[in-house]
Design a protein around this ligand. Structure first.
Ligand SMILES: Cc1cc2nc3c(=O)[nH]c(=O)nc-3n(C[C@H](O)[C@H](O)[C@H](O)COP(=O)(O)OP(=O)(O)OC[C@H]3O[C@@H](n4cnc5c(N)ncnc54)[C@H](O)[C@@H]3O)c2cc1C
Length: 489
């Protein structure tokens, strides 16, 4: 069967104007939020609703052409990036909220529903959808399911997998299956819902999801703690957890991240010389919340905090959160481009691994800012660079890879929430044995033996060669001498 025949079938399914073939139309679909990885699709099809999405997968399967489901393209590991010639199935028009059950606390949604829109939709019922990636105003539930996404408030409430009850999936042979159900943890047999969550589109396209909704907490207390050294902030993180407190969120920014957000849109008035900040939130039944907040303030003081603040109004709390959640984008105020890494370490190793991250950045001549989910030990080093210089991409990726190895050496892992995608598939060898990887491959091949669903992602390919070049853009020239060496905690 010919490519032309497939394109004609896709046009019959979604409509001619929703099959994008021209380079100018499909440019957006050549990469996700990781601009270092780019590839050309055969075309992009934009189905309206799950029925059309299912038909689009089935057409690809009949023609033996690979397909890539795509949500909002905010992924950071190249998951939705084509490797050459796939049909990208953009889910942005599959955005119906199909049912809300306020008594059973669940919703049934199409995968293109934007994360924050779901919480907004159910807010009048006193409910919300808990996983809250910082990209939640753009990213989709389908992308969240595929990446098993986390977020600032996942320390207490768990990541996406803890909130998915059931999935409808179009497999890579075109069959449509229902996994899980409408009730939490009550599906007998193998946990295939668990297998699909986090499979990054490599086992089929999620065409419908049933998710848990939670009652909005009765009360919230927020604390902003300002530190003169990273060690003090890290000690406070460990002490909060050791004291048996479980904040909903425990977020850290270091010196350069603070400098970036203070040049961005949402400024909270951090002092220019600050070394670290912690944004801590507790929530739940109103009784006891003030005591929890007080205990956290005491721990911060015992850890040498310079200043603690509590918000004077809900608007101020929102400003603090907007400041934190736009930290990645604010990096544009420091450098022409940035590359974000995503590793996990035991919380007790925060100080030493952050120092190692800084050492690696120095070695590669890069400026690094850290903004991360400290409570989960989920690091996000942001490497500043200039993508207009040839060789920069390889340099930052090589530095990022070395940072991941430092996380693994500290007893951690290579991704907390951004997934493996194309970016880290070769780093999988740093973490898993051949036997581990063979089992993952077998699970994949059982569902997609022809490798039609998002091919070339997650599982490593044999051999890899990254050429590391010298810095072409020197952050010192733009941001001053301290940009590389000034990491002192
Ligand atoms: C500024 C910024 C902040 C971020 N903060 C966070 C954060 O706090 N926590 C976090 O976890 N992530 C974060 N991310 C990463 C990203 O937003 C998440 O991975 C998100 O879940 C991706 O959703 P998406 O809809 O954009 O998916 P895409 O990027 O479009 O796709 C991601 C992967 O999901 C697959 N996929 C998409 N839809 C489907 C479907 N229907 N069926 C099967 N597979 C599918 C794709 O094939 C791809 O492999 C952030 C990204 C940015 C840019």
């Amino acid at each position: 069967m010919s490519t032309q025949a497939l394109l004609a079938e896709l046009a019959a399914i979604a409509g001619e104007r929703y099959v994008l073939r021209e380079r100018s139309e499909r440019l957006t679909y050549e990469s996700d939020g990781n601009p270092l990885l780019v590839g050309a699709p055969l075309c992009t099809v934009l189905p309206a609703g799950r029925e059309q999405a299912i038909a689009a997968v089935q057409a690809c399967v009949r023609h033996g052409v690979a397909f890539i489901p795509r949500g909002a393209g905010t992924g950071l590991s190249g998951g939705a990036t084509p490797t050459g010639g796939e049909v990208v199935i953009g889910m942005a028009r599959c955005r119906r909220i199909l049912a809300v059950d306020p008594v059973g606390c669940r919703a049934v949604v199409e995968p293109g529903v934007v994360n924050a829109d779901l919480s907004r939709h159910v807010a009048p019922l006193g409910l919300y959808y808990a996983p809250d990636p910082s990209s939640q105003f753009a990213c989709t539930i389908g992308g969240n399911v595929a990446e098993n996404s986390g977020g600032a408030h996942c320390l207490k409430y768990g990541v996406t997998t803890n909130h998915v009850l059931g999935l409808e999936v179009v497999l890579a042979d075109g069959r449509v299956v229902e996994l899980g159900g409408a009730v939490w943890d009550a599906s007998p047999g193998y946990d295939l819902t668990g297998l699909l969550v986090g499979s990054e589109g490599t086992m089929g396209l999620v065409s419908r999801a049933t998710v848990r909704l939670l009652p909005q907490p009765q009360g919230i207390r927020t604390v902003l703690a300002l530190f003169d050294d990273v060690a003090g902030a890290s000690a406070a993180v460990s002490s909060v957890i050791a004291a048996g407190l479980l904040p909903a969120a425990l977020e850290m920014m270091d010196r350069w991240a603070i400098r970036a957000v203070e040049r961005g849109t949402y400024r909270v008035g951090f002092p220019e010389d600050l070394a670290a900040s912690l944004l801590i939130e507790v929530d739940g039944p109103a009784a006891g919340l003030d005591e929890e907040a007080e205990a956290i303030l005491t721990i911060c003081r015992q850890s040498g905090v310079r200043e603690v603040r509590t918000p004077s109004s809900p608007a101020e709390r929102t400003l603090w959160w907007n400041n934190r959640k736009t930290a990645f984008g604010a990096m544009g105020k420091l450098a022409p481009s940035y590359y974000v890494q995503d590793g996990v370490i035991p919380r007790s190793r925060l100080t030493s691994v952050l120092a190692e991250v800084g050492r690696i950045a120095d070695e590669f001549g890069l400026l690094v800012a850290n903004v991360f989910h400290a409570g989960d030990g989920n690091l996000h080093p942001l490497l500043a660079y200039d993508d207009r210089h040839p060789g920069e991409a390889e340099r930052v990726m090589a530095a990022g890879s070395e940072m991941l190895r430092a996380c693994v050496a500290a007893g951690g892992t290579i991704s907390g929430e951004h997934g493996i995608g194309l970016e880290k598939r070769d780093d999988m060898r740093a973490l898993f044995s051949d036997a581990d990887l063979a089992m993952m491959q077998a699970a994949h091949d059982a569902l997609d033996p022809r490798d039609l669903a998002t091919p070339g992602k997650v599982l490593p390919l044999p051999g890899r060669c990254v050429e590391v070049r010298r810095a072409a853009w020197d952050p010192r020239a733009t941001l001053g001498e301290g940009a590389v060496a000034d990491r002192s905690p």
